[in-house]
Design a protein around this ligand. Structure first.
Ligand SMILES: Cc1ncc(COP(=O)(O)O)c(C=O)c1O
Length: 351
């Protein structure tokens, strides 16, 4: 029999709506959003746009759709975007930029996904006529998922913004977990958001809503994205029930992300003590911990399977790398269990 999972650290997308959130959804005032008549959805779009310092917002069913709508606003078929090689838009959106928008992508390699503005600036090519692909967009991810929840420094973003705007290259922020970056760094959402032409944020990760993301940008960009969302089949009707969950999450679940960050750091310290070299706790800035199990002789898949046997689920994100993600449904007891199980496994090298 498969053992029951008692601490599920696979992803922060696993969260289930709380009873307060479900009550807010049940009470939501709704209308047909394709006709622009859902007041709750409109309120969410306006609130998120204003938080991020932008004119308008568009609700989408997923972060991938919000990103893909954003990318196509800036890059035409046969033109390119550049981003780091671990970015979600190139690693986990199944080639959508190429499939739907004919976009070419090039990447730079960034340890932990940490932004060094010199790297995109070296990669970008503009104004080279019909001989080389023209760079139209740089994508930044904050926090960086596969990089281990890395927070991008505002100074690096500002340096990039200054150089790219001079070169006529747009900036898109994949801010699926921008809430975590804001809580960890104290930088306001608006200070991050205003440096970008478009920003996508997710409500369904650490914030705990069951569905939904928002793309923000200028009024013109969002009007164009609304047309493309309908074309992609993403026009929704009484989606105010979903927006109500997002509004509830903004009221109740942003500041509490600090608890997830503290639990992730506590676990990182325990893992570093049990298997020195597997993780540097100082790099665990938010709710994601990516550790290298190689030092204790484990492959990622073997460690994930052994942990699951003892009730802890995590994700093998590479041959020897595993990822653990803290969220609303993992408390101190779940964290203690994860620490006990993993320090036990890491302390007994796997040969
Ligand atoms: C950084 C990042 N961007 C975008 C997404 C896409 O979100 P969705 O799964 O809602 O399409 C994810 C999902 O995990 C993510 O981690």
């Amino acid at each position: 029999m498969t053992p029951a999972i008692r601490a599920d650290l696979l992803s922060d997308t696993l969260t289930r709506p709380t009873s307060g959130m479900r009550a807010a959804m049940a009470d939501a005032e709704v209308g047909d959003d394709v006709f622009g008549e859902d007041p709750t959805l409109r309120a969410l779009e306006e609130r998120v746009a204003s938080l991020l310092g932008h004119e308008a917002g568009l609700f989408t069913p997923s972060g991938s759709m919000a990103n893909q709508l954003g990318l196509r606003l800036h890059v035409g078929p046969g033109e390119e975007l550049v981003c780091d090689s671990l970015a979600h838009v190139v690693r986990a959106e199944l080639g959508a930029a190429a499939v739907f928008s004919g976009i070419s992508s090039r990447t730079w390699v960034a340890p932990r996904g940490l932004l060094d503005p010199r790297q995109p600036l070296e990669l970008m090519i503009t104004g080279v006529g019909p001989y080389q692909v023209c760079t139209r967009l740089v994508v930044v991810e904050n926090t960086h998922n596969f990089g281990g929840g890395t927070v991008q420094p505002l100074a690096a973003i500002r340096t990039l913004r200054e150089a790219t705007s001079g070169a006529g290259v747009a900036l898109h922020l994949d801010g699926a977990r921008l809430w975590n970056a804001h809580v960890a760094s104290g930088v306001t959402l608006g200070d991050y958001g205003r440096e970008f032409d478009t920003v996508s944020v997710c409500l369904s990760k650490g914030l705990g809503a069951p569905v939904g993301s928002v793309l923000v940008g200028s009024t013109e960009h969002i009007a164009e994205a609304r047309v493309w969302r309908k074309r992609y089949g993403g026009g929704m009707r009484q989606a105010g029930v979903l927006a109500a969950a997002g509004l509830y999450a903004l009221d109740h679940h942003v500041e509490r992300l600090a608890e997830d960050h503290a639990r992730a750091r506590r676990a990182a310290e325990a893992f570093a003590a049990a298997a020195p070299g597997s993780i540097d706790p100082a790099t665990v800035e938010t709710n994601i911990l990516v550790m290298d199990a190689r030092v204790a002789g484990w492959t990622g898949a073997a460690l994930a399977a052994a942990a699951a046997e003892q009730g802890v689920r995590l994700y093998a994100v590479g041959p020897t790398a595993v990822r653990l993600v803290w969220h609303l449904d993992v408390d101190d007891a779940g964290t203690d269990l994860a620490i006990d199980v993993l320090t036990g496994l890491l302390g007994h090298p796997h040969r």
